[in-house]
Design a protein around this ligand. Structure first.
Ligand SMILES: Nc1nc2c(c(=O)[nH]1)N[C@H]1C(S)=C(S)[C@@H](COP(=O)(O)O)O[C@H]1N2
Ligand SMILES: [Mo]
Length: 204
């Protein structure tokens, strides 16, 4: 039996519905760490802020206390990395992206968001991918603050798309009137990245 078959069998033994794994993915119970560059060191959060900018009527700059005093939601979601691991039933807490966008007043012509992480990593997403209730700016994982390597103090979480879209160390959501590729999309990864349609690379 090959790795993937064994992994599917394991999934069933653990009581999961195998239909929860998108094509080409395998289950992991670890939480792998993947990123480019170094983990930012936030000694304190006084200099941290989250901007909502670009094609909005009311650009926002939210400090840590402001972000964390907004209404928050808890979501339990499955993560799918384009390197083929999936992690099921991960629990996060944070502010819905859709709430932030309403607050900022998205302009009629806006269609996409470029999410910016500390240090310049970016990922592009269509607004439609951010309208779901489980697309959040997450600042707690499994009841604890995020670990530095998983995005402390806050990361984007868009479980409907491959995990490269879930920008760690999030600093800005820039509203755009056209789709502009981010860090991995410029290197040939898919502009959307829907794991259920296995959109890994731009030709998929
Ligand atoms: N700021 C930033 N966010 C990032 C990345 C990065 O390099 N920088 N890598 C992305 C990729 S490719 C993946 S697979 C996930 C991994 O998240 P994890 O380390 O919490 O598993 O983070 C995404 N977010
Ligand atoms: Mo990734």
């Amino acid at each position: 039996m090959g790795f993937y078959e064994r992994n599917r069998q394991q999934l069933v033994e653990l009581g999961y519905d195998p239909a929860r794994l998108p094509p080409g993915q395998y289950l992991t119970q670890r939480f792998p760490v993947l990123h480019i560059g170094t983990v930012p060191d936030y000694a304190d959060l006084t200099s941290w802020s989250l901007r909502v900018s670009g094609a909005v009527r009311r650009p926002l700059t939210l400090g840590w206390d402001e972000l964390t005093s907004l209404p928050a939601v808890s979501v339990t979601v499955d993560l799918h990395c384009v390197t083929k691991w999936s992690k099921l039933d991960t629990a996060w807490h944070g502010v819905r992206v859709s709430d932030l966008l309403v607050e900022a007043g998205v302009e009629a012509g806006a269609s996409h968001v470029l999410a910016h992480g500390e240090g310049g990593y970016t990922a592009n997403l269509p607004l439609s991918a951010l309208s779901g209730d489980d697309a959040i700016v997450a600042y707690r994982y499994e009841g604890e603050p995020l670990a530095p390597e998983h995005g402390y103090p806050a990361r984007l979480l868009v479980p409907g798309l491959y995990l490269w879209k879930s920008v760690k160390w999030l600093r800005a959501l820039e509203l755009l009137v056209a789709d502009v590729p981010g860090t991995w999309e410029r290197k040939g990864y898919h502009l959307l990245g829907d794991p259920w349609r296995e959109q890994r690379y731009d030709a998929d």
